[in-house]
Write a protein that binds this ligand. Structure first.
Ligand code: ATP
Length: 319
């Protein structure tokens, strides 16, 4: 490769900047030109492309968000859009492209690869919902942010002997919720991967816990389950315990990336450049058993992964 393009696509995640920085500096250290593409595939189609040097990525490793900005792009789902994207890469001399994002972004990358642009996907999403990898950039920071917020909710909840129902992000996956539940000592966690207990079962557990002398009650609800507000109303009505729902929302996407996210992003970004230098294309970088590996994008998109049932069982034991 002579010129690598880099873009971030889909939802933003803390650590994306560290990944961009790694791609840029690794490529330049190998004598490869780097072009930054703003606003994901939208920016590619609009020709919002600029040359990056090592200084373009100064002072960003500690910042959340993405300096390249991110977007969702409907036009890129069409064959015409994809062809325009490949043509635009050629206009700027881009013969290798690193796409930092989630599964949707990888599907776009796969299409570009079929049109002759060497693409590599780097898993960047707070949701941890990419099947081929045990880690996705942004997860650790998002969990720590949510945990920190839950700690604060818990302080006031304990003081007032309230029941707190906290909804955390994760789209269709329950990883953030499960990690928050175990790490915050939640009485219950509702995950999209597990059949939802009935309101009666939830209320029964709260009453049992109250009788055991518990001073506060915490239920973590995954975004993919939802209904926190309605659950709070039901609990309050049936038990008489004051109940409050909090939807943490977008604060979980922001903030300075943790050490884990900076390191993972730095390693994965460099690995993507390594793969392009080896002449590989249509691959996704993955972290498996402590190693950085790569898979064919199609193979990766077909994989499925399961929430660890042992981890889930602990959420019930450790509270
Ligand atoms: P996250 O999970 O963090 O939201 P994501 O990458 O899965 O990230 P999506 O919104 O699914 O987010 O995809 C991002 C962009 O990738 C889309 O807006 C679109 O431009 C492109 N994309 C998604 N699916 C396809 C597809 N089947 N073919 C081509 N491009 C696609």
């Amino acid at each position: 490769v002579t010129t690598i393009g880099v873009l971030t696509s889909g939802g933003d995640a803390p650590g994306m900047n560290a990944a961009i920085r790694s791609v840029v500096r690794t490529a330049i250290s190998r004598g490869i030109k780097v072009m930054g593409i703003r606003k994901g595939y939208n920016g590619l189609l609009a020709g919002d492309v600029f040359e990056m040097d090592t200084r373009s990525v100064s002072d960003i490793i500690q910042r959340g968000g993405t300096i390249l900005q991110t977007a969702r792009c409907k036009e890129f789902i069409t064959a015409e859009g994809q062809q325009r994207g490949a043509d635009m890469c050629r206009v700027f001399g881009i013969d290798g492209l690193v796409v930092i994002g989630g599964d949707g972004s990888f599907q776009g990358a796969e299409k570009l690869a079929n049109l002759g642009i060497n693409t590599i996907g780097v898993p960047g999403t707070i949701d941890l919902d990419i099947a081929c990898t045990e880690y996705t950039i942004g997860f650790d920071t998002a969990v720590n942010t949510a945990m920190d917020a839950i700690n604060k909710i818990r302080d006031t909840s304990t003081s007032h002997r309230r029941c707190s129902i906290v909804e955390v992000m994760g789209r269709h996956a329950g990883y953030i919720a499960l990690w928050c539940a175990i790490n915050s000592g939640a009485e219950m966690v509702l995950l999209p991967e597990v059949p939802r207990p009935s309101d009666e079962e939830i209320v029964k557990k709260i009453i049992e816990n109250k009788n055991k002398g518990k001073k506060h009650f915490l239920i973590v609800v995954a975004e993919g389950v939802g209904g926190a507000e309605q659950l709070a109303q039901t609990i309050e009505k049936v038990t008489g315990i004051e109940s409050r729902a909090t939807i943490l929302g977008h604060l979980q996407r922001g903030g300075s990336p943790t050490a884990v996210d900076r390191m993972q992003a730095s390693m994965m970004g460099a690995k993507a450049v390594d793969l392009l230098c080896e002449g590989k294309a249509k691959r996704v970088v993955a972290y498996i058993n402590g190693q950085y590996v790569d898979y064919d994008i199609n193979e990766a998109l077909k994989m499925t992964k399961q929430l660890d049932p042992y981890m889930y069982s602990l959420s019930d034991i450790l509270c």
